[in-house]
Ligand binder design. Structure first.
Ligand SMILES: [Zn+2]
Length: 610
């Protein structure tokens, strides 16, 4: 009996509504149960439990998953302890060999021993990567890259940055020869397992950033792809392990905590390179998220560390979106938050290199309150019409609801009312009216009304949402082979699992099976969110066919663009200026059809998310 069989047994024997209902007051609402989220402070119920799918999801802080995920998060237990916890409470007899009822002390002792083994393996891996960067022949590209990015040697040293060579078994062989248990390496997230149960290196041809906990122990790695030939996304992180939970840590928080003792203000960035650009200038009041969106838990960590957070995200649309998405968490924790914006197309790293630290410190001086920034953005989108006013107020609603401090609430309301030429009373009444509307449809706080879904979401995401909402359409997707054209790796991974689960289930799709088949917590989260968010369409089949068709055309155009670019490069090398002009014209016309088809935007989305 394997551990996953036992987990399945436990999941089948308990009801998620019953388990969560013991710690969260739930009321029935349609086919869901709703309550106040136990993971973030709120006054309105954004926390939904779905008995049919046996999943929970919070529309406020986006935490979600199955019953085991809930127990792991709520009781702060590792996976195996969460299984045992539920088995104990529901008198589920577990096969003896794996889960004998040990005294709690022994279990704790065992889990500490397990963690020590993981720390040890991670440290050895770090030494290996470090050695490869400095001495390996294969490390030359990585050294060249660091020179190009102008990362000073003392930062590379201090952070023990490394390099994973482009081999399937580099670290694997190293562990074998130095007697490290490969299973421990697997548990530490250093290896992956193939379909044929063979282990291979997770990180290949990547620059490696060690991620340490507050006690300085390496708990995970972030890996940046070094060439176009590198498999997988641009940034690849360790998966969650018993010693690493992405949403519960921040990169370089120990260093920042020490630096923030005098000036209790920290800069939050989104990437390792951005953060290290600050370190290169000897500025240490800076932390970074670990490849996922900011969580409520991370904001609580920050709250214990500082009195104010300044977000310094990329100046592109994706950066803008994460900026606005972060706001409610800060409002709920009543932690002052502001932002700085860089000239279009720049990230903190670019800016620091081009302008230096003193320019950045000036930006910090004239930072903008994030709530105010968000409100101004919304007002900037107002088209001057009355229906536009209602839209702006609807957009403002989640912010207004999330603000706990009365003064701030009044200030935002005043700005909005003033600019829309409404009395504050009328604006407030409209907001209250909007709230009862939102109460009727789950997830309404997360922006888009249903009819707007197709235009505002990138196509791949829309296709995936339809597959989840209407499993009958999965066959359509499978036969079109559209999944192969997906650019965004997470969406692609979930879509592939859906296709596979549909095949294995002979056309039936069991949500909890899909959930269990998804290999990474991040993918489980994505699936839970899409499963729980409303996505109804009038003509799903026709819509799906349109999207699949568009995706194919987009891919074809992209292929032609790539080959044109290649010809252009050759024509430039050959100095054939007539041909260069002709090719540029072709590229130009292809790009403008792309824009019309919103194709390039989808491509950019794909790149950004990776
Ligand atoms: Zn929540």
């Amino acid at each position: 009996v394997s551990a996953s069989d036992i987990a399945t047994l436990v999941k089948q024997s308990v009801d998620i509504v019953d388990v969560i209902g013991q710690v969260v007051a739930l009321r029935r609402s349609g086919n869901r149960h709703v309550g106040l989220c136990p993971f973030h402070k709120e006054k309105t119920g954004s926390f939904h439990v779905d008995a049919a799918n046996q999943l929970y999801y919070c529309f406020g802080c986006h935490s979600g998953g199955d019953v085991l995920k809930f127990i792991m998060t709520y009781q702060n237990l590792p996976f195996s302890d969460a299984v045992r916890y539920l088995a104990d409470r529901y008198n589920i007899a577990l096969p003896q060999q794996d889960y004998s009822y040990q005294a709690a002390g022994t279990a704790a002792e065992e889990s500490r021993r397990e963690r020590d083994l993981l720390y040890d393996a991670l440290k050895k891996a770090n030494d290996y990567f470090y050695d490869q960067l400095h001495h390996g022949e294969a490390g030359r590209n990585a050294r060249e890259y660091l020179r190009m990015r102008a990362l000073p040697a003392q930062v590379v040293e201090a952070e023990r940055i490394g390099y994973a060579p482009p081999r399937w078994d580099g670290l694997l062989r190293h562990f074998e020869s130095s007697g490290v248990d490969l299973d421990v390496g697997l548990k530490a997230g250093l290896f992956s397992k193939s379909a044929k149960e063979r282990l291979f290196d997770r990180f290949r041809d990547r620059l490696i950033f060690p991620i340490a906990d507050d006690r300085g122990r390496v708990v995970a790695f972030g890996g940046r792809a070094l060439s176009k030939e590198t498999d997988g996304p641009k940034y690849l992180n360790s998966p969650e392990t018993p010693v690493f939970q992405k949403g519960r840590m921040l990169y370089q928080s120990a260093r920042a905590r020490a630096a923030c003792r005098e000036v209790r203000q920290v800069v939050l960035v989104e990437g390792y390179m951005d953060l290290l650009a600050f370190h290169a200038k000897e500025f240490y009041r800076v932390v970074a998220t670990l490849g996922t969106a900011l969580t409520a838990h991370q904001v609580r960590i920050l709250k214990r560390m500082v009195d104010e957070v300044v977000l310094a995200y990329d100046s592109d649309d994706a950066g803008e979106r994460s900026l606005l998405r972060a706001l409610p968490f800060f409002l709920q924790e009543e932690l002052p938050v502001s932002c700085i914006r860089f000239p279009q197309g720049m990230d903190p790293d670019d800016y620091l290199k081009a302008q230096g630290l003193s320019a950045l410190e000036e930006l910090l001086q004239c930072r903008t309150d994030l709530g105010r920034y968000a409100v101004e953005k919304m007002l900037g989108n107002w088209d001057g019409s009355t229906s536009g006013k209602i839209r702006v107020l609807a957009e403002f609603q989640p912010i207004y609801d999330a603000v706990l401090q009365p003064l701030l609430k009044a200030e935002y309301l005043r700005i909005v009312a003033d600019r829309l030429s409404l009395s504050e009373k009328v604006a407030e009444e409209q907001l209250l009216h909007g709230r009862t509307d939102a109460g009727r449809s789950p997830g309404a706080t997360r922006a888009a009304p249903i009819s707007r879904v197709p235009q505002t979401q990138p196509r791949e995401e829309s296709i995936l949402r339809l597959m989840i909402r209407y499993p009958d359409l999965i066959e359509e997707v499978r036969s079109s082979e559209a999944v192969n054209y997906f650019q965004e790796s997470r969406l692609k991974a979930v879509a592939l699992v859906l296709v596979e689960a549909y095949r294995q289930g002979d056309g039936m799709l069991e949500p909890s099976t899909v959930y269990d088949m998804l290999p990474e917590p991040e993918l489980k989260e994505l699936y839970t969110r899409f499963q729980m968010e409303p996505a109804d369409l009038h003509e799903p089949l026709l819509q799906m066919r349109d999207w699949l068709q568009a995706l194919r055309e987009c891919k074809t155009r992209q292929n032609s663009l790539e080959s044109l670019n290649e010809s252009l490069r050759r024509a430039q090398e050959a100095g054939d200026s007539a041909r260069v002009r002709a090719l540029l014209a072709q590229i130009h016309s292809l790009c403008s059809t792309q824009n019309r088809a919103k194709c390039s935007q989808d491509n950019l989305e794909g790149v950004k998310h990776q």
